[in-house]
Design a protein around this ligand. Sequence first.
Ligand code: NAD
Length: 283
Amino acid sequence: MAKIIDGKAIAEEIKHELKQEIDAMKERGIEGSLAVIQVGTDPASSVYVSNKKKACEALGIRSESCELPEDVTEEALLRQIEIYNGNPRIDGILVQLPLPPHINEKRVLDAIDPTKDVDGFHPLNVGALLIGEKGMVSCTPAGVIQLLKRSGIEIAGKHCVVIGRSNIVGKPMAVLMLRENATVTIAHSKTKNLESLCRTADILIVAVGKPKMIKASYIKEGAVVIDVGIHRMENKKLCGDVDFEGVEPLASAITPVPGGVGPMTIAMLMHNVVLAIKEHYGL
Ligand code: NAD
């Protein structure tokens, strides 16, 4: 039976550590703040934004939201980012994705001051990650590293297969595992013989965006399986990219959905906000 990696508990542990850092900063008169920009009223985005604001509140970080209408112009959105970039009272800036199709997402993300880019999407932060320099790291992959480390799973020397090559999850995930001295293979929609490739993985990280695609036949006995996927099924329950019931008996450790990678994303966002505050106050 696999060890079930408890993302909820690990996320709580990280937030507890951050709260202590934030309290210590408050004693020195420093109150951090995050600005969250949402365009339109997509219900899923509203839930994400509200969860992020609640996490800030629980940790004692001030959050400020800017809600812009669905038909806002790209220029108006860029102006708002410029205002936050120049505001010394704002430490972190987050633009909730996805943006409406008339807005160029890349232009928007590139406009955020890299030192306030708490999502870690700015090209300077992505480049810093690649060459191993200090910077903000994309929250979900950073969360996976914490899950592995805090579960006592050794990474160095292991063969890690990452399925998915998105800029937000797959690519930074692969770079982070490389940084931890894993031997990394990135698989994607054009990869041949995916099933047998996955069976060579000591650590399999799945960010493919397809409900329950990864079955037992993809798993080497004793592998660690990390499921980044999240989907709402017809019965309203959540599931991941991995067929948990089929895979769990073969794995040595596995993340559930919900309660695995999901809670880590917000914890690591809070971690990045704390990094941004420290950067701004030279701590
Ligand atoms: P994406 O759609 O941008 O990328 C999916 C990747 O999978 C692509 O690189 C593609 O090449 C690859 N792929 C698609 N079909 C494939 C196939 N048949 N075989 C091999 N590779 C294939 O998705 P994403 O943004 O990287 O997200 C991946 C999953 O993670 C989604 O389910 C998403 O909802 C979830 N997600 C969860 C969190 C979280 O906080 N838990 C955060 C971000 C994303």
